[in-house]
Design a protein around this ligand. Structure first.
Ligand SMILES: Nc1ncnc2c1ncn2[C@@H]1O[C@H](COP(=O)(O)OP(=O)(O)OP(=O)(O)O)[C@@H](O)[C@H]1O
Ligand SMILES: [Mg+2]
Length: 221
């Protein structure tokens, strides 16, 4: 069974497609078979990015496809180790379907109260519908400075959902990378790649923890 990792949020532009593309890239580079599902049928950011990426011979291709519903995608996608689900920037009943179908859920958020508040409300809503806490991760994105990040970490800790280690600063280099079909781990600036890789290492650790727990459960039966 593939691991299903989804990126959700109730705001536009927080970094969902950014994280989805980066996870797909680092997992592919780690020799996992990855499928990137784009549920943002209107924008198809991840699908269009993968098409741009495919035109560069130097980059490993990422198999991305748009679907209108997660159930349909999971029925049709076979023979992969990891399914990364990118979702639109608004909440709908489908958001909760995605959450129920996922082994891990990442909520990217900005560091201001305007972003942290809706992120927290969504975390509580997900907990309320029965999503186990250990499936939910918060990733700080578009961070402007270290002080802002520290404040956001304190806020999230107080909600019971501490942020993943690592964060993405707001940088032009990340946008340029996307324009060229690259991920935030593949910019031309090593310091930006290191920052993105630190966050990706946290995500990969979560995936590994999930796989180990699933294997333990499997061998216990
Ligand atoms: N850390 C960053 N620094 C600079 N630009 C960024 C950063 N993260 C994302 N961006 C850019 O901001 C825009 C929005 O990011 P992204 O597409 O990841 O957000 P999203 O949450 O998927 O948005 P939507 O809800 O519209 O799908 C993109 O142009 C992306 O390249
Ligand atoms: Mg998007």
């Amino acid at each position: 069974m593939p691991v299903v990792l989804s990126i959700i949020g109730q705001k536009g532009g927080v970094g969902k497609s950014t994280l989805a593309r980066a996870v797909a890239v680092v997992a592919t580079q780690g020799n996992l078979r990855v499928k990137l599902i784009d549920l943002d049928i209107g924008q198809q950011t991840s699908v269009r990015w993968s098409t741009t990426r495919a035109s560069s011979r130097a980059l490993k291709t990422i198999d991305a496809e748009a679907f209108s519903a997660v159930g349909e995608a999971l029925k049709q996608v076979h023979d992969v180790d990891l399914i990364v689900v990118d979702t639109p920037g608004y909440l709908s009943p489908e958001t909760f379907e995605v959450a129920r179908a996922s082994d891990l859920i990442i909520l990217p958020t900005g560091s201001g109260t305007d972003d942290l508040h809706p992120t927290t409300l969504l975390l509580y809503e997900l907990e309320h519908i029965g999503i186990p806490k250990d499936r939910l991760c918060v990733a700080l994105c578009r961070v402007l400075d270290a002080k802002e990040e520290r404040g956001a970490r304190r806020y999230l800790e107080s909600t019971g959902y501490p942020a993943l280690n690592g964060s993405l600063p707001e940088r032009l280099g990340y946008r340029r990378a996307h324009n060229g079909g690259k991920s935030v781990t593949e910019t031309t600036e090593s310091s930006l790649n290191e920052r993105a890789n630190e966050l990706m290492a946290s995500v990969l650790r979560k995936i590994l923890q999930h796989v180990r727990a699933a294997n333990r459960l499997h061998s216990a039966h």
